[in-house]
Write a protein that binds this ligand. Sequence first.
Ligand code: URA
Length: 254
Amino acid sequence: MEEKVRLQKAIAASGVCSRRKAETLIVEGKVKVNGVICNKLGTLVSPLDHIEVIGENLKEEEKVTFLFHKPLGVLSTVKDDRGRKTVIDFFKDENYRLFPVGRLDFNTTGALLITNDGELANLITHPSSHLEKTYIAIVEGRFTPEAALKMEKGLFLDDGMTAPCKVKILFSNFESKVAITIHEGRNRQVRRMCEHLGFKVKSLMRTSIGFIDLGTLKRGKYRKLTDIEIATLKRLCINNKEKNIIPDYKKKIS
Ligand code: URA
């Protein structure tokens, strides 16, 4: 979700004036949020809100999106009350109001998009975008083709049926390595799918988001997505939404 900040901070961050001056302008009724005058100090705004200082349009922060390789033991949030490390701590050199697009569990590693682009984040995280994400799970025990088939067809978890997905067994012995591609974004979904079939997950790594692949990006490192990658990602989400892809399992019910 987009990180909200106080209105005076957002104005100051845009470079229009100092935070003190922004507070004065707000109290004087000279600031509009989404077309409506807002004279309340401390109003929370997100990058999606349109802020205007009367007579002067706020400079929009340049939109940037990074592909980050999230390490183990890092929170997918902007800040943490308990002082634990968050993904945004890795972006101290970047002067943008960044937030993660969706989440990876504390103990999941891999591809995570970090952005200040609210529109992109909304498109990607909206269920109708059906953006595929691939995970590599190392599980205890022999992962059989039967288990893979069950997972592919959909499993009945405590929050309902999972959509059909793709499963590829890469290695299977006393422990197994499985590539799982899903297009939903439910909480701890891949872990719960594995556990449902009796497989304890030893490690989980997301290797791609749509066509954006982690490649050789090292843990804790990031790279900026190109304009073409961003435009293609947006187009992919919009196309899926427009096509109104209804997963097969839902078609059967209705
Ligand atoms: N599924 C999970 O179980 N964990 C994640 O972090 C992402 C998907």
